[in-house]
Design a protein around this ligand. Structure first.
Ligand code: ADP
Ligand code: MG
Length: 333
């Protein structure tokens, strides 16, 4: 590593020192500094693991603020745990950066630890190398044994629910790419851009998911793509109504309703949860969401068969966008 900070200075000052004082309740028997971490999984619980890598120019624009990159690198992983109904516990960080800039690293770790403390996850190790900017976080959470929620449990007749609003992050990214300055600043523009820059995983909903959800997924690639994964894993089909899609006022104001709905169907990066519950549980689930200030909206129903069908207010079929982003997909073969 260059620019004054070598690999070990950097690990110590930017990561190890910031994660020093862990309560025994964190389950960390041995954290950063040895060849590996040693962790105590609480009795009666199962470990839930997930890893997500974010690459500059693919998952976040070149020149993104380092604090936002730090936040995102952990937040997208916490979102995967939330979709499984798992409580976050620990994470490791594999950091690949072109140079050891002190100011970049300070801001990165500030965003990272802001997210870590918000969601109660402890950094227990990692790896630091030089190269093109790419950040990989592996997160570990836990669920009471047998309580994990998967993509595979959706039942015919289940109601499909969505937290928060959809399409905001995709709208925000579009505004960023178009140069928000040109649009002119404003509360709506700021709100949409910050939904992209600072995704808020719905971790507070894990108890509700464990109690009520038959299947769940987080929306990282777009509703159509991600709900499609649930349908495939569950061996079911679904009918949703475009008029029920939760779109924010900010998105509708900036893009108009038709485009807002298209973004809600196809846009990624919202990190909302999509899950299915029995009709009889909907009211209670919506009430519980409200206690955490999380709006929950029904958008459709699980049906027998396969595939996703979307209709508008008049009952006409809505053409669905092609499914989400795929790495390595060739445009022509
Ligand atoms: P090794 O060569 O044995 O893999 P490293 O020199 O890569 O060890 O790492 C030394 C210690 O610092 C390890 O405990 C490792 O988990 C930790 N570490 C390295 N990079 C990071 C990082 N970016 N964040 C947190 N911990 C890190
Ligand atoms: Mg190493």
């Amino acid at each position: 590593m260059t620019a004054g900070l070598d690999e070990f200075d950097l690990i110590r000052t930017c990561f190890a020192q910031r994660q020093k004082h862990l309560p025994s309740s964190s389950g960390v028997a041995l954290g950063i500094g040895d060849d590996a971490a040693v962790l105590n999984v609480p009795a009666g619980r199962q470990l839930v693991l997930s890893v997500d890598t974010i690459v500059e120019g693919v998952h976040f624009p070149v020149g993104s603020h380092p604090a936002d990159i730090g936040w995102r690198s952990l937040a997208v992983n916490i979102s995967d745990l939330a979709a499984m109904g798992a409580d976050p516990m620990w994470f490791t960080l594999s950091l690949c950066i072109p140079e050891a800039s002190r100011s970049w690293l300070d801001a990165f770790s500030e965003g990272l630890f802001e997210c870590a403390s918000r969601f109660g996850a402890a950094l227990v190790g990692g790896d630091t190398v030089q190269g093109s900017r790419c950040i990989s976080v592996q997160v570990a959470g836990s669920v009471p044994a047998g309580a994990a929620v998967t993509r595979a449990g959706a039942c015919e007749g289940d109601v499909i629910l969505i937290t928060g609003s959809l399409g905001d992050a995709a709208g925000g990214l579009r505004l960023l790419q178009d140069g928000a300055g040109r649009v002119g600043p404003g509360a709506d523009v700021d709100r949409l851009i910050s939904r992209f820059q600072r995704p808020e995983p719905r971790a507070r909903l894990v108890d509700v998911l464990r109690r009520f959800a038959h299947a769940a997924i987080d929306i990282s690639d777009g509703l159509c793509a991600d709900l499609g994964h649930v349908l495939e894993a569950s061996g079911k089909g679904a009918r949703i109504e475009s008029g029920l899609l939760p779109v924010s006022e900010a998105l509708t104001t900036e893009f108009g309703l038709p485009q807002a709905r298209r973004l809600a169907l196809a846009g990624g990066d919202d990190y909302e949860l999509c899950f299915t519950v029995s009709e009889g549980d909907v009211e209670q689930v919506v009430d519980l969401g409200a206690r955490f200030d999380i709006p929950i909206t029904r958008i459709g129903t699980i049906e027998a068969g396969s595939g996703l069908h979307c209709v508008d207010e008049a009952g006409a079929t809505v053409e669905l966008p092609a499914s989400g982003y795929r790495h390595f997909r060739k445009t022509a073969s």
